[in-house]
Design a protein around this ligand. Structure first.
Ligand SMILES: [Zn+2]
Length: 246
């Protein structure tokens, strides 16, 4: 329990870095001259740098009562919520699996899945800089004998995770002449396959599709034919898959 709480604390700190990635990576990819560490965190409204005390995960936002201390502009509650989310996922992983190589690898993969979820939600992009490391970590750990499944299954599931969406996309393009699924989704599917194995991959595909269909039915305002990001459903299904199907 104490060890799990320690990892929750680590998760909150990782979560605050993930906030930076979610905010800055799409801007870096658009060619803005910033990187992940420079310039230092600042209020997007008045550009006043955030002081160290207010940069503490969760507590900083509470101390500020959700407003910039300089210009009183509201700071989105999404920042502390993402820190809380990552802390919770880290806690749950260690609580359920203990401090094993597989659990530590899961923490790395979760640290890539969370920014993928929010970046795809915000920008409809699944950057290679997150999907490819995820695939490399998942396949690499299986090859070293620390995977959730054997390396043979891991590689087979990675190939299946890429090939099935790719084939269905080809078919969709051939029938409709329009692009179906993005390449980012296929790379993410490959990474999730390499991580969770073949059986869990199929369950994840099913859950992700069901979640996407349900939410498409719920959001009736969305115009027909409008593209919507699939990545968030895939990430959600993968996290559910890790905690429920493994
Ligand atoms: Zn401000």
């Amino acid at each position: 329990m104490l060890v799990s709480l320690f990892f929750a604390l680590v998760g909150a700190i990782v979560g605050s870095f993930i906030n930076v990635v979610i905010y800055r990576l799409p801007r870096i990819l658009r060619g803005e001259s910033i990187n992940l560490s420079l310039p230092a965190s600042h209020c997007p409204q008045c550009k006043t740098p955030v002081n160290i005390r207010h940069n503490i995960p969760l507590l900083g936002w509470l101390l500020l009562r959700g407003r910039c201390h300089h210009c009183k502009q509201r700071i989105s509650p999404r920042y502390p919520l993402i820190e809380l989310l990552v802390a919770g996922l880290f806690f749950l992983t260690i609580y359920l699996h203990g401090v094993t190589p597989q659990a530590l690898i899961a923490l790395l993969i979760i640290s890539l899945l969370v920014p993928l979820f929010f970046i795809d939600l915000d920008t409809s992009l699944l950057p290679n800089r997150l999907t490819l490391p995820l695939l490399a970590i998942a396949a690499g750990s299986a090859l070293c004998g620390y995977g959730l499944v054997s390396w043979q299954e891991s590689l087979l599931a990675a190939a299946t995770g890429f090939a099935l969406p790719w084939l269905s996309d080809r078919f969709y393009r051939w029938r409709s002449g329009k692009a179906g699924m993005g390449m980012g989704d296929m790379k993410l599917f490959a990474g999730v396959g390499a991580w969770l194995g073949l059986e869990a991959l199929f369950q994840v595909m099913l859950v992700a599709s069901l979640l996407a269909i349900i939410s498409a039915l719920c959001i009736l305002r969305r115009k027909v034919g409008e593209t919507f990001p699939f990545g968030p459903y895939l990430v959600l299904a993968s996290v559910i898959g890790f905690f429920c199907f493994i």
